[in-house]
Design a protein around this ligand. Sequence first.
Ligand SMILES: *[C@@H]1O[C@H](CO)[C@@H](O)[C@H](O)[C@H]1NC(C)=O
Ligand SMILES: *[C@@H]1O[C@H](CO)[C@@H](O)[C@H](O)[C@H]1NC(C)=O
Ligand SMILES: *[C@@H]1O[C@H](CO)[C@@H](O)[C@H](O)[C@H]1NC(C)=O
Length: 365
Amino acid sequence: MASLFLLWLIIASLTVEGMTSQNRSQSTGFRQKRLFSLFNVVTFRNDLCTTTETGNLPGTCLTASECASRSGSASGNCAAGFGVCCLFIVSGVCGGTQTINQNCTFIRNNGNPLADTIPSETCTYNFNRICENLCQIRLDFRTLSTFASNTGVCGTVADSVMVTSPFSSSSNGFPPTVCGLLTGQHMYFETGTNGTSAGMLAIVKGSGPGGRKFDIKATYYTCDNLAKAPAGCTQYFTGKSGSFKSYNHAGGQLLANQNYKHCFRQELGFCRLQLRESATETPDAFMLSNPATAAQTTCDNQNHVTVMTLTAGMICGGLFGNDGDTGPATVTTTSGSFEVGVRSLATVITGITGFNLEYEQVACA
Ligand SMILES: *[C@@H]1O[C@H](CO)[C@@H](O)[C@H](O)[C@H]1NC(C)=O
Ligand SMILES: *[C@@H]1O[C@H](CO)[C@@H](O)[C@H](O)[C@H]1NC(C)=O
Ligand SMILES: *[C@@H]1O[C@H](CO)[C@@H](O)[C@H](O)[C@H]1NC(C)=O
């Protein structure tokens, strides 16, 4: 998309000297030029820009009137001063449905940055299909602090953060229903390419006490966007190395009923992933069952991660390593395998932390 900015010029000095010395053909050319210079049309793309808001949040470059008509707030300039950097925040009371109709919208709890202290209420956000050829929406949990139960089950007393769309639904485990401390984590979901709604986010506050806080950035991706995750990936990481965690690892409790994938973009010249436990000790960087003395790769009917290696396809228990390792060890995937699946049971043990793993891509031999 692009914006138009009409620049009206003051034309007082248009009786140009030298006119009389021009012959007919030159004069005609000059008039045409003069006619077009009565106003200039400035077009600029509606690119991402940096607002002057605390934290220099990303906004969309629009004209001041477009920003106002879309209920955004102008925060700084862009396009050499012809545009304003327009920030979109949705932050109203819960109970009804609020609508997201702009890319890069920040969804915040009522009263943010203060916590929302009203329990037993659902905050629903409907994502409008803002463009043709839409494929995915990415939710970045800049802050997401909700209430999790110590059994790892979201809902009832605890909260639940759920997504439904015509093509993926938390009630079918994709993406999973989550709760607890999720700040810094993200979630992709598929929107499908038709239907008026692209999906719905529900933050269901349970009956448990306490304040909830959220600040979630929603980014829309068309099917041709290179930043789009491969279909079926709930989390997507780019770059040669980094870390990833199970949802609510910061809250120290593996969530129940998880069934999703962490995916990694295969960087040019790299063929495998090396994975290891984070050196951070608290909460424990790998505990999918009671603390164990050896790594396990026979994991049927247990909480586990799926990692394709030459010798195994799953890892479970209390240590991340190759089968039988008695201390944490580095695990290397088979060539071309750039994903880690997660599966947890409907009932999980209280106090098991989930995982906090580091990855590093390995150059092709
Ligand atoms: C018009 O201007 C051109 C270029 O300056 C010149 O070659 C031509 O002779 C002129 N014609 C008349 C009719 O003056
Ligand atoms: C909507 O998408 C589905 C699945 O891709 C397809 O089967 C259906 O025909 C589409 N409907 C319209 C009206 O395009
Ligand atoms: C939304 O913004 C992101 C940048 O944050 C951009 O990559 C993407 O193309 C935009 N989506 C649409 C539908 O314009």
